[in-house]
Structures are given as C-alpha cells and as structure tokens.
Ligand binder design. Structure first.
Ligand code: NAD
Length: 436
C-alpha cells in the first residue's frame, strides 16, 4: 500500500520505518526539516533501538522517504497516518493544536483529491476527538463526507520507547475503530502480517482503550510503589511480596475484578483496605492511591442515587439483590444495603427481594442480625420477585443472580437501574446501565 505518515517523532518515525519494512511505500511528512533531512539521509531522527538500520535499509530500497510537503505525501498515498504530538495544557487538558493543524492541512489537500483516502489517527486523543473535532474539520475544509468520500480510522499506538520496533511487531493488541467497512477492510489487510489480538470496535471505544490502558499502567506502578513503601517501613522485602502477588493469575493478574459496575463490598475488601491504610498512617507513610479506594467506593453508591435514581419521578422502588454479590446471604458492608438505607432515609417506598437473604431471615446465621440490627431492611423484605416489583416504578438490579436476567426485557414499563449488567441484550428504553 502507499502510506503517508504525518509527524515523524517517536511514533511516526517507527511506524514509517516498520511499514516500509513490510514492503509498503511510505512517505513521512513533518514540519521539522531536520527530521525530514535525517530520514532522507537514511538516519533515525530519534534514538531508538534498531531504528537507524530500519530507516537506512528502507530508504536505500526506495520504500521510505520524507518530505515537508503534505500535498506530495497525500497525493502519493491512500492512507495518511497522523502521529503528531498531543501534549498537556497547563490545566492537564489535552492540547489538540497539532492535531487541528494537521487536520486542516489534510482537509485542504483532500479537497483536491478525487480518490477515496483514509485518515488514521495514531496519536493519543481523548474519546470524541475523532468524531467531534477531526472529522468535522476535514469535512468542512475538503467539502467531503467521512465514511463516504474518505475514511476515518482510530488506531491507537501501544509501543514503548526503547523497544518500539519490537513492540510494532509484537503489539499486545491492535485496535481499529472506523467510519466505514472499506476502512476496516483496508486496515485488516494492512495488519495481516501481525500475529496478535485484533479488535474492530467503534471509534470512541478505540480512543478510550488507550486511556484505560495508560491509566491502568499508572495505577499498577503506583500500587506496587505504595505496597513497597509500607513493606519498607515494616522491614518486609516488597519484591518477595509482589512476586507472589503476581504469581496469582486467578484473582490478581487476571480479568477478575475488572468489569465496570457498582461498588465493592463484603466482609473482606472494605475491612482490609481500611486496616492497611490505617497501618500506613501509623507508619507515617503516605499512600494516596490506597487511601482513595474507600472514598471512591463511597462515591459509587452516592452516584447511583444522585445520578440515576433521584432524577426519576417516582419514590416507589424495588431492590433486587441485597447482598454484595449473588449466591451469598452476607450483608456485611454490602453497598446495595447502603444504597437501600439512603433511599429509606429519603422517604422512598422500598421493597426488597433477595432469595439468599430470605433464607437467612428464616433460619440462617443472619436471622438475628436482620431482626435486631437491620429491622428496617427486614420489614421491607418480600417473599418473591413479583411481590417486590408489583406497584413499583423503579427496579434496581443489585447483583448478578440468574433470576434477574430477564427483568430488563420483561418489565419494559418500569425504570430498570442495572448495577451489574445482568444481560448484554437490552432493548428497553427505560433501562439504565450505570457504566454502559
Ligand atoms: N512516544 C511514545 O512512546 C508514544 C506511545 C504511544 C502513543 N504516543 C502518542 O503518539 C503521539 C505522538 O507522540 P510522539 O512521542 O511521537 O510525539 P513527538 O513529539 O516525538 O513527535 C511529533 C512530531 O509531529 C510533528 N508535527 C507537529 N505538527 C505537525 C504538523 N502539522 N504536520 C506535520 N508534522 C507535525 C513534530 O514536528 C514532531 O516531529 C502522541 O499523541 C503520543 O501521546 C506516543
């Protein structure tokens, strides 16, 4: 394929050299003449392992060259990859100055081009940037329509500096979000040489994945550092701790606990987070990430009330599932219990159904707890699902119990607030998912 790459920094230089190495004809374009000249001389414009060799080999083979002339780059390619910088503004917001400049320039050149052209965003941009900023600029200036006259693709970059070429050939994944099937198909072909997970998603999902990734990576580093700080104060070798921690691929290094949804609860997580952060405090150690867990969890509960329940014009509500997860009657630190208490306190007419808690109400270990400490909950517990729903306008699905799966489809006239995502197939306009 004929590819142009706008911006020849760390990302642009590497992907130019690597796509050329895969046999494509690549024209790199940058406003910085020094970088352009270096590439044309067969030299890397940045320090990166093996890049000099890749650039020199492919320039010599005639598959890679660079220019400061965008028209030349666009006229001689069917795909333009944008890899300009997206630095931070002083307030932390992303600065789209270079992206907008590049989009305007591309729009000008596309105005003069008749053939279908794909514009691909390799730079990291916030969700919505493609559809709300870049596409409108290109459409307005070129007079062309995205998805029809030109394709727009979000294809975030996952390379790490210092192993960027290796990462190009061994990416953790390739993510492609596009405006049209033709662009998806072209990118499938473009990346057909890779043996790595490949995801076709919506443009905004592709954009967001990059931020989820980097936020997660930053969280991992900070978490390991805070555990290390506590260990040091306690005379424990944190590397021994983290080695064992990482060896647990069931609960720790795994997909477990990574579904967006409602607050955590139960008899262990809140108690143990509170204990270790208190311990850190007594050691005069500062652990802002760990300290933020309980407030963030509390916020989840208040948010469900403030954002989803409060705006609805009814105070008649059914809570389905009271324990912190399905198949247990354990009510200790249940966030749904806390949400229910907020609702009762605010005068909601609440009915509660939870088959496991019901069992406990009859003869389980929680019987006394329910009767003495949770009598306000006990008196609102009903015997079956239908009784809980009857006469109520809002249904909150609080845990992933199987018997709740059909609720969103069955009760289309009621507001359904799903804390769990009990089902993937939802076609109920009164359905409200809390994070989807
Ligand atoms: N560096 C990394 O490891 C890495 C990894 C993944 C994603 N990213 C993302 O990729 C993007 C690029 O990062 P980078 O580190 O390569 O940036 P960089 O600053 O090294 O390079 C950007 C290049 O774009 C050029 N440029 C600016 N405006 C231009 C224009 N209008 N036309 C042509 N060229 C222009 C600059 O001269 C510069 O050479 C950023 O969004 C970054 O967040 C970077």
């Amino acid at each position: 394929m004929n590819i142009s790459v706008v911006g020849l920094g760390y990302v642009g230089a590497v992907c130019s050299a690597c796509f050329a190495n895969e046999g494509h004809n690549v024209i790199g374009m940058d406003v910085d003449k020094v970088k352009v000249d270096l590439i044309n001389k067969g030299k890397a414009p940045i320090v990166e392992k093996d890049l000099d060799e890749y650039i020199s080999r492919n320039v010599k083979a005639g598959r890679l060259r660079a220019t400061t002339d965008l028209k030349e780059a666009i006229d001689n390619s069917e795909i333009t990859i944008i890899a300009v910088g997206t630095p931070s503004k002083p307030n932390g917001d992303i600065d789209l100055k270079y992206i907008k400049e590049a989009a305007k320039a591309i729009g000008e050149k596309l105005k003069e081009k008749d053939e279908f052209h794909i514009v691909s965003m390799r730079s990291t941009v916030l969700p919505g940037t493609g559809r709300n900023v870049v596409i409108p600029i290109i459409e307005e200036i070129s007079g062309k329509k995205a998805g029809v006259d030109f394709g727009y693709v979000s294809n975030p970059e996952f390379l790490r500096e210092s192993s960027a070429i290796w990462d190009f050939y061994n990416p953790p994944k390739t993510v492609v979000g596009a405006t049209d099937e033709r662009s998806y198909k072209t990118f499938r072909e473009l990346y057909s040489f890779l043996n790595a997970p490949y995801f076709e998603v919506e443009i905004e999902v592709a954009e967001m994945i990059k931020y989820a990734d980097n936020s997660w990576h930053a969280t991992k580093v900070t978490f390991a550092n805070e555990i290390g700080m506590i260990c040091k104060k306690l005379g424990i070798d944190s590397h021994k701790v983290m080695d064992v921690f990482c060896a647990d691929t069931k609960l720790n290094i795994s997909t477990y606990y990574l579904k967006s949804g409602f607050a955590f609860g139960g008899s262990c997580l809140p108690k143990d987070v509170k204990a270790i952060t208190y311990k850190a405090k007594t050691l005069d150690e500062n652990t802002p990430l760990l300290n933020s867990l309980m407030p963030s969890n509390e916020y989840q509960i208040k948010r469900v009330y403030n954002e989803f329940i409060k705006p609805l014009r009814s105070k008649k509500i059914a809570i389905l599932g009271l324990s912190f997860k399905a198949n247990t009657d354990d009510l200790r630190e249940s966030p749904i219990l806390e949400l229910t208490e907020i609702l009762i306190g605010k005068g909601y007419k609440v009915k509660i159904y939870d088959s496991n808690v019901l069992k406990a109400k009859k003869d389980g270990a929680n019987k006394e707890f329910l009767e003495n400490e949770l009598w306000h909950i006990n008196e609102r517990l009903v015997e079956n699902l239908e009784d809980a729903i009857k006469g109520n306008d809002i249904i909150v699905i609080g845990n992933g119990s199987k018997e709740f799966e059909k609720i969103p489809q069955k009760y289309r006239d009621k507001y359904i607030i799903d804390l769990i995502r009990v089902t993937q197939q939802i076609s109920n306009e009164n359905y409200i998912g809390i994070a989807w």
